[in-house]
Design a protein around this ligand. Sequence first.
Ligand code: ZN
Length: 243
Amino acid sequence: MAHHNTFFVCTLLIFSLSFHGTDSALNFEVINQAAQTPGGMKFDQQLGIPGAKEILAQVNDFIWNEVLEQTTPEDRIPMDHIEVLILENIVGGDGVASANHINVSAIFFQREPDIKHGFRHLMSHEMTHCLQWNGEGTTPQMLVEGIADYTTLRAKTVDRARFEKPGDGEKWDQGYHITALFLEYCDTVTPSFVAKLNKMMRKKYDVGYFKEITGKPVEQLWSDYKAKYGGKLETKYGRKDIA
Ligand SMILES: [Zn+2]
């Protein structure tokens, strides 16, 4: 009898672990509309629909749990599925997201040496757009892009050596990597800064949220950040102040 109980407990444990590890609450639909193109064929051969869905579920869990810390359905944008379309080409980049749709260019797969890694990286950025609050459209677009790139830093899909360094940039809201690196710094001032900022941007945006969260206005944070890394860069790379 004891033997049976042990077996039962182990089975439950394995079930709950696997459920937690692989199953996200969102459903994913992936459609390859470029299956006849070189990139679309490479996608089918090296990743395929099931492989893509597995990565999408992992990215989804990572954004909800680790990046935006939206651990309950009430914290999240109401959504039950995300549709990913692979198209022959899209204007202006590798991927684009709006609401619960993500379009990916087949040319991206054609170009990427490691498409599993590349897809995880691209989806970390694009899916953040699907899941982040943007103050009902009032959050500055470059902050929105900074948060999406911040996810890729957190997911460690970025080769940091190839991009801007901490302390780089002219303005905190320059967008993409510049803003993402600054947001990482803000996390060191107040833990979970980005998750807290995202939560506050549910209905509207106010630059004062930076001060509400950290006690310092954004300009102060930016100059502290520049001062912190400006010195470091000068020593390490023999560069003068890059501001
Ligand atoms: Zn973006």
